[in-house]
Design a protein around this ligand. Structure first.
Ligand code: ADP
Ligand code: MG
Length: 320
């Protein structure tokens, strides 16, 4: 297939976990209330994401797997106020370029249909059976790009990246029910409050000791649960941040969270915290990188200051 498709694909889909992220974001964009994720062999053998969202009309299935076809970008003005997570129309074609992709979908307006893309080759649209919603299946990821396959880590570490990705996405949308079946082991995250989701994802130990945070200043709202960094966890990163319900791995936010913790944290400890940031979408730019993991705030200093102050205050006021 076209080299350019494969190069572009590598930007969006670095590893199985990035494919999982794109597919779950599509399900969230489709208004799903329940999302089931299945992965096998670290996601290289199989990734399946099934949702009960609005589905894709049969007449639009072919478009959905074509590059730069998105149903989500209505006009240029929409660019500065993007509420949906995907908007580049790159995920499905990118995955189809390097794997065996199948999409089965049913829109409320009609019957179910399916389409496949294998190593960039698009198959015919065929009738299928399904309730309203969409199932995307990815088999043999990177079979069409063996070089990329060689760069993957062990099944175990790819599995753990998939698990981390789903957990972050589950935290980002507590009102959506998730299941994750990883190598046959099933975990459930029932729909609930942010607090309940934090408990389900990060554990009762975290939730019981966590300090709640809920403040709003200059139109920026922060909701968070702050764990005390005393549990001595090994990993370098246990901070979870969401901007307008979007998963972000943003330096500014991560640094602000660490700075907020600085006074109470020994050198070898790491903060464990989850924070939902909500603000006017026009004041934040998410169109930065294909992976869409970082964000640019119009007033970065204000956001940073708010996070640092809020965390410091909450930790200082917390009962010892
Ligand atoms: P983007 O999300 O950037 O629009 P994608 O390649 O991820 O691009 O998806 C292409 C299009 O396929 C989307 O714009 C949407 O119309 C449709 N689509 C993909 N996944 C789903 C889904 N789970 N439910 C409904 N529509 C979907
Ligand atoms: Mg998308």
């Amino acid at each position: 297939e076209r080299l350019i498709d494969k190069i572009a694909a590598g930007e969006v889909v670095e590893r199985p976990a990035s494919a999982v992220k794109e597919l779950v974001e599509n399900a969230l964009d489709a208004g799903a209330r329940a999302i089931d994720v299945t992965a096998e062999a670290g996601g290289t053998a199989l990734i399946r994401v099934a949702d009960d969202g609005h589905g894709i009309r049969t007449g639009e299935l072919e478009l959905a797997v074509q590059r730069h076809c998105t149903s989500k970008l209505l006009d240029a003005a929409g660019l500065s106020a993007i509420l949906t997570m995907g908007f580049r129309g790159e995920a499905l074609p990118s995955i189809g370029a390097v794997a065996r992709l199948s999409v089965v979908s049913r829109h409320a307006d009609g019957d179910a249909a399916s389409i496949t893309v294998e190593g960039g080759r698009v198959g015919p649209v065929e009738p299928a059976a399904r309730a309203i919603g969409t199932t995307v299946e990815v088999r043999d990821l990177f079979f069409a790009t063996p070089a990329r396959l060689k760069f993957l880590k062990s099944d175990r570490s790819e599995s753990s990246a998939v698990s981390d990705t789903v957990k972050r996405l589950a935290l980002s949308a507590p009102h959506v029910a998730f299941t994750l079946t990883l190598n046959g082991r099933r975990q459930e995250f029932p729909a609930g409050s942010p607090r309940q989701r934090a408990r389900d994802v990060l554990g009762a130990e975290f939730a019981d000791e966590a300090i709640d945070l809920d403040i709003e200043r200059h139109g920026v709202r922060l909701i968070g649960h702050l764990g005390l960094p005393t549990s001595g966890r090994a990993s370098s990163q246990y901070t979870y941040a969401f901007v307008n319900n979007r998963v972000v791995r943003d330096k500014l936010i991560a640094q602000a969270m660490r700075a907020g913790y600085q006074d109470v944290m020994a050198r070898d400890r790491h903060p464990v915290a989850v924070m939902w940031i909500t603000l006017d979408p026009a004041l934040v730019d998410v169109n930065v990188h294909p992976a869409k993991a970082d964000v640019r705030f119009q007033d970065a200093n204000a956001v940073r200051g708010l996070i640092v102050t809020a965390i410091r205050r909450a930790l200082a006021e917390a009962p010892a």
